[in-house]
Design a protein around this ligand. Structure first.
Ligand SMILES: [Fe+2]
Ligand SMILES: [Fe+2]
Length: 357
């Protein structure tokens, strides 16, 4: 079959790529992550039970956990409308997982080209394989649902800015620390909320890989930033700030109370239950429900508070200059590392999360 150029989109990137002829292992922890990655490979085709039937008309997530009961305009829907809304909004979310995984596949490949260390290249190649498997698994699952939504503009822009950056540290910050921080929390929460055994098993396997991807950046970026000229460090810190701000804006500001950026895919979900986007946005603002609350329900992970911001501070990607920028935008610079550290120690996000919240 010829390439479908009508659905292909081309980006030009200024990334510097790097050969490394010193095959020395200087960073043992990175090599360990690569070893772990090799040992924990799985096969989406063989290791999941694809014979499990999915009834697309039934909600794939527990309604009480997906926020439907917190937004007044959704509370007014009939039971069957709520089920339709939940089915479509879950398909919309899973579609973001799918498209985001394709973005991660490309950023991981870019890291393989661009990182300066031999063991960094080995690790990044293993992440590239992980991401290929994630794209395969989510595509196969969504195909069973027979409902796929387009990529949300904010997610596409965030990943495009990351892919079009000029330095591997920016890729690691934009994807591994920020987008994957968000994904890790979303996967963790999806695994807890889903009523589908196949989706639970799939998410469980993906989560195990993602914890490694976040750990990689937290390990590697710190050394790189420590060795940078202060101007270069500010350049990376500015990049981190801009990505966090973009993401914060897309969720309605740091307190989640502002208007979210428009997402035509989500508007299409609203259309299935005949809700006008403006009415939904107003209702969501009134409920203060926009996904970026400082207080997640017990046992859930809050991506900004628990993963992204503490990680960015720890690797040195928040400088005193950018700290003022975050403050001016009302984005708290959370520094509590307990959830991130428990994830790193256990290799998963599950252990101690409930206690840490
Ligand atoms: Fe992934
Ligand atoms: Fe990943």
């Amino acid at each position: 079959m010829p390439t479908n150029w009508t659905t292909a989109e081309i980006l030009k990137t200024p990334m510097e790529i790097c050969w490394q002829f010193d095959y020395a292992i200087d960073k043992a922890k990175l090599k360990n992550l690569y070893e772990k990655s090799k040992q924990l490979q799985w096969d989406a085709e063989q290791d999941l039970d694809w014979s499990i039937a999915i009834d697309p008309s039934k909600p794939l997530v527990d309604e009480a956990r997906n926020g439907v009961d917190q937004i007044p305009i959704l509370q007014k829907l009939s039971k069957s409308q709520r089920e339709t809304f939940t089915a479509h909004s879950t398909a919309h979310l899973l579609s973001q997982f799918l498209h985001g995984e394709q973005g991660a596949l490309m950023t991981a490949a870019a890291l393989t080209h661009a990182v300066p260390d031999y063991e960094g290249k080995l690790y990044a190649a293993s992440q590239t394989m992980d991401e290929a498997r994630h794209v395969e698994a989510y595509e196969k699952y969504i195909r069973k649902l027979a409902m796929v939504y387009p990529m949300a503009p904010w997610l596409r822009e965030t990943i495009d800015i990351t892919l079009k950056s000029d330095h591997w540290v920016k890729i690691a910050i934009g994807m591994n620390m920020i987008v994957e921080g968000l994904a890790l929390a979303a996967f963790h929460n999806m695994r807890r909320a889903t009523t589908c055994d196949l989706l639970r098993s799939l998410t469980e396997l993906v989560l195990r890989d993602e914890a490694r991807h976040v750990a990689f950046a937290n390990l590697y970026v710190k050394d790189a930033i420590d060795e940078m000229h202060p101007d270069d460090r500010e350049d990376k810190a500015q990049f981190a700030f801009e990505i966090v701000k973009r993401m914060s804006d897309s969720f309605g500001g740091a307190d989640g109370r502002g208007a979210q950026l428009p997402d035509p895919g989500f508007f299409a979900v609203l259309e299935t239950v005949e809700i006008e986007p403006e009415d939904f946005i107003q209702s969501a603002i009134e409920a203060g429900e926009a996904g970026l609350h400082a207080d997640a329900p017990p046992g859930e992970i809050h991506s900004f508070k628990d993963l992204m911001m503490p990680g960015l501070v720890r690797v040195g990607a928040v400088t005193s200059r950018t700290r003022e920028l975050y403050e001016a935008e009302g984005i708290p610079v959370w520094e509590d590392l307990s959830v991130l550290e428990s994830m790193e120690e256990s290799g998963s996000v599950e252990t101690n999360v409930a206690e840490a919240n």
